[in-house]
Design a protein around this ligand. Structure first.
Ligand code: SAM
Length: 248
């Protein structure tokens, strides 16, 4: 059954909830299910629901935004967008992978997500987009998982809409950065407040400790990632950079 057989109800505009607590009610002929926006497994169960709610109704532009920033940075580079071997970390049902392939192109594209429902949805909604797709928890990767990922020699890491809010934690993101090549492209977004000085999510600290040492920021832009369910803009930073080549 597709989403077009459902009616989607949003909370009324004055009903403001925190971003991590947002929900919609999905009505079908004989049921009404309240689904939290961060309950990805339930979202992905219904084909098209994620695209309809996040991308169409709440106007999320992050895949376009970050892929186009990455493309601009790649074009400044002598080699241009060539020989790209990309890891889409927090890949969900493949929207970002599809953008990357269409707008930039890459030789290798691998998806990775923590829940099997994301893998199933990517296979169902965008078959053939990924060369491979792993269900893994990179907070504590096993040696064999590290080896599997290492074999791809990734030189692009993309993480879109997946950092913070009990999604990808700092440890898993740092582990992913350590598994890609030196001098690799990294493009991600993160809610603005997670980079503010007073925030205790750890992302601000992580970015400051990375910068200069293992990561060079090439471009950082604040933009509206999407609307909240009560219609307010949610601002994020889009960041594109490169891992720093370690001295031999
Ligand atoms: C908001 S969705 C974004 C999906 C896709 N990147 C997009 O922009 O459409 C966040 C995704 O991150 C995944 N995720 C959450 N925590 C994760 C973790 N620790 N490791 C890998 N993926 C994770 C979720 O399962 C979900 O598919």
């Amino acid at each position: 059954m597709g989403f077009y057989e459902y009616k989607i109800e949003f909370p009324s505009l004055e009903f403001r909830v925190d971003q991590g607590e947002e929900w919609v009610i999905v009505h079908s002929e004989d049921s009404a299910k309240k689904i939290f926006l961060h309950d990805y497994a339930r979202f992905y169960e219904i084909p098209g629901l994620y695209e309809e709610v996040i991308y169409k109704r709440l106007k999320c532009i992050s895949p376009q935004m970050i892929c186009s920033l990455l493309k601009k940075e790649l074009q400044k580079n002598e080699e241009g967008p060539q020989n790209l071997r990309a890891l889409d970390f927090g890949a969900g049902n493949g929207i970002v992978g599809e953008y990357l392939k269409q707008k930039i192109g890459c030789d290798v594209l691998v998806g990775l997500d923590i829940i099997p429902e994301a893998f199933d949805a990517a296979q169902r909604d965008r078959p053939g987009i990924y060369d491979d797709y792993y269900v893994m928890d990179l907070s504590q990767p096993t040696k064999s998982e590290e080896k599997k990922l290492g074999m791809w020699n990734f030189n692009v890491l993309l993480t879109i809409g997946a950092l913070g809010f009990n999604d990808i934690p700092t440890r898993a993101f740092i582990n992913a950065l350590n598994m890609i090549e030196d001098d690799a492209w990294v493009a991600f977004n993160i809610k603005d407040k997670f980079l503010s000085k007073n925030d205790d999510s750890g992302f601000n600290e992580m970015l400051y400790s990375m910068v200069g040492d293992s990561f060079r920021v090439l471009k950082i832009d604040r933009y509206c990632h999407r609307l909240s369910t009560s219609g307010e803009p949610l601002y994020y930073y889009a960041i594109v950079g490169k891992t720093v080549k370690k001295p031999k």
